[in-house]
Design a protein around this ligand. Structure first.
Ligand SMILES: C[S@@+](CC[C@H](N)C(=O)[O-])C[C@H]1O[C@@H](n2cnc3c(N)ncnc32)[C@H](O)[C@@H]1O
Length: 216
């Protein structure tokens, strides 16, 4: 058991040990949520659920957690019960590419993919490999999170994605180029990780002329 913000979070060595610095991800998400319309939040790669659960506790919003690992999902459900948040929380077990309906839309997405490059996973022998291995450059699942965010984030919505390094955040900047997603801010916690605020442009209002339209 670990104290995460004001929540008690249970886990064991089959899932990633919660990192207490990531309380900042929950708090940043909650701050962004205050500016967004009502509606549920989505957490990708939720593990034992603590980042999304704390954001749900801080905002009172409903939360959909997605994780591919059944053990992580069982912990997320149990942790939601323990925090008396079960009425707000749904846990979807499966890869994020299959676990969501095509029409699901969220104002806020939280994502905490594995981001350790494969060649470096041996540095973290205490962590389950599936929870930390992000492929050759550490960006394999982060890119999947970006694509899932692009599919499910409402226009005008926000996401807070966790990465390992500012170099990975630079890669993300290249990935969103030419899309309607923008990188608004990168917060580095040296030696711990990096948090990235991604935004989707709001849909143009009906009163604004569309690009190329000349009002007479
Ligand atoms: C870095 S851990 C984060 C867990 C938790 N958020 C935390 O901070 O302790 C990454 C999580 O992503 C999950 N995961 C990896 N690939 C996934 C995928 N394609 N779809 C959904 N979850 C995935 C793993 O099972 C693992 O629980």
């Amino acid at each position: 058991m670990i104290r995460f913000g004001h929540l008690d979070i249970d886990f064991d060595d089959r899932v990633l040990t919660p990192r207490t610095w990531t309380v900042r991800q929950s708090e940043w998400a909650a701050k962004l949520a205050a500016e967004l319309p009502d509606g549920p939040m989505l957490e990708l790669c939720s593990g034992a659920g603590q980042i999304g659960l704390l954001a749900a506790a801080l905002t009172g919003r409903r939360l959909v957690c997605v994780d591919a690992d059944p053990v992580a999902c069982a912990f997320a459900r149990a942790n939601a019960e323990r925090a008396e948040l079960a009425h707000l929380v749904e846990v979807h077990e499966g890869s994020m590419e299959q676990a969501l309906g095509p029409d699901e839309r969220y104002w806020l997405v939280i994502a905490d993919p594995p981001w350790v490059p494969t060649a470096q996973v041996e540095r973290y022998p205490e962590d389950p490999r599936t929870a930390i291995d992000g492929g050759a450059d550490g960006m394999l699942v982060a890119e999947m999170c970006l694509a899932t965010t692009a599919r499910h984030l409402s226009p005008g919505g926000a996401a807070v994605l966790q990465l390992g390094t500012t170099g990975q955040a630079d890669r993300l900047l290249e990935m969103v180029e030419g899309s309607d997603l923008t990188i608004e801010e990168v917060r580095d916690s040296p030696g711990e990780g990096v948090l990235v605020h991604i935004a989707r442009a709001p849909r143009p209002s009906m009163s604004e002329p569309a690009a190329g339209y000349r009002a007479v």
